[in-house]
Design a protein around this ligand. Structure first.
Ligand code: PLP
Length: 349
């Protein structure tokens, strides 16, 4: 086996979408967020799978990602651009029928002047202070804009992964205040918001991480397995060290396997001496520093040196690895390396 293999279970992604879809009422549509190349898993394959499962609306971060998804899906499904209508994107938005979520008065002006009559939505800032039209600006432009018929009004929650956080209710109240009575379709909830309950669902939900097997969607089916090939193994004697800066030292005779993946493949240096890989059901500690292309693993306790070791799989989720690296599952997924061979599994469909 030559390269590290990232197995992506497309059926699990479809099952996770259906499970999140079932959490909202029948009249609430469930979209799919496939930004950042579908959280590193391949936007084209993932979007086609979700379209087959029934998704009709997709969200990406920028127009270029929208172009890739349009190419994969063909005409029909709505592709929404969260960063809105940025300078230079007009032609792409027009030609590929992308729907920008306008975030500022500048974007609103740009869009209405450049592409009158072309679909758009409006992103409102309800308190996150990151992206979206501010309440006072909205008051000023809403009467004119609502006339132009936005496809959707949306906003984003800052603390949806913490159900008891006071910010959730504050943002919900602000969203109602800004959008009640407009008669326009509304979207408020990502994965965390879906789990907060029906008050947060409005007309369209926008799950991302919950499709890909990450927290806070704890019922999600596992989507990724990452198997890394063992290139070489050696015995080390007590007192010998392993890797850069002599980052690990043997206290007893040990067998060390050298595995072909490193921080250039998204395995953060922060997991040096602080993660496990798996030979089937047997945990094997990562020892020493993570190098650019290699990691070293203690396999002393195994009956024989395995051909591969798993760093993501049934015993270690993207969130487990995120915890070890001091980050979140989202960042583990979106850091998955370009060198991995991506193998797509589709059993049931
Ligand atoms: C990323 C993103 C989502 C999806 O969030 P998840 O937590 O991955 O479900 C939805 N809406 C907006 C505006 C986003 O930026």
């Amino acid at each position: 086996m030559a390269t590290a293999t990232l197995s992506i279970d497309l059926d699990a992604i479809a099952a996770n979408w259906r499970a999140l879809d079932r959490l909202s009422a029948a009249n609430v549509q469930t979209a799919a967020v496939v930004k950042a190349d579908a959280y590193g898993l391949g936007a084209g394959r993932v979007a086609r799978t979700l379209a087959q499962a029934g998704a009709r609306r997709f969200f990406v971060a920028v127009a270029e990602e929208g172009a890739a998804v349009r190419q994969a899906l063909g005409p029909g499904p709505q592709i929404n651009i969260l960063s809105g209508h940025m300078a230079g994107d007009t032609e792409m938005i027009h030609d590929l029928e992308l729907t920008p979520m306008l975030n500022s008065l500048e974007q609103i002006t740009r869009h209405l002047e450049a592409l009158p009559g072309h679909d758009f939505g409006v992103q409102l800032d309800t308190g996150m202070n990151r992206l979206g039209v501010e309440p006072l600006e909205w008051q000023a432009v809403a009467p004119i804009l609502i006339e132009a018929g936005p496809a959707m009004l949306m906003s984003h929650l800052a603390c949806a992964d913490e159900p008891d956080h006071a910010m959730n209710q504050i943002q919900l109240d602000n969203f109602h205040e800004m959008t009640d009575g407009t008669g326009l379709p509304r979207s408020f909830a990502a994965t965390g918001g879906i789990l907060l309950g029906p008050k947060y669902h409005f007309d369209l939900t926008r799950p991302g991480i919950g499709l890909y097997g990450g927290r806070p969607h704890d019922m999600a089916e596992r989507v990724v397995t990452l198997s890394l090939p063992v290139i070489q193994s050696r015995e080390v004697a007590p007192g010998e060290s392993v890797g850069y800066s002599c980052g690990w030292e043997a206290e007893a005779p040990a067998v060390v396997a050298t595995v072909a993946a490193g921080y250039a493949d998204g395995l953060s240096r922060a997991i040096s001496n602080n993660a496990v890989l798996w030979d089937g059901n047997i945990p094997c500690p990562l020892i020493g520093r993570v190098s650019m292309d290699l990691i070293t693993v203690d396999v002393t306790h195994l009956a024989e040196v395995p051909k591969t070791l798993d760093i993501l799989g049934p015993h270690q989720t993207v969130d487990d690895l995120g915890d070890a690296a001091g980050t979140i599952g989202y960042e583990i997924l979106t850091s998955l390396g370009r060198r991995y061979t991506r193998r797509y599994q589709e059993r049931r469909g």
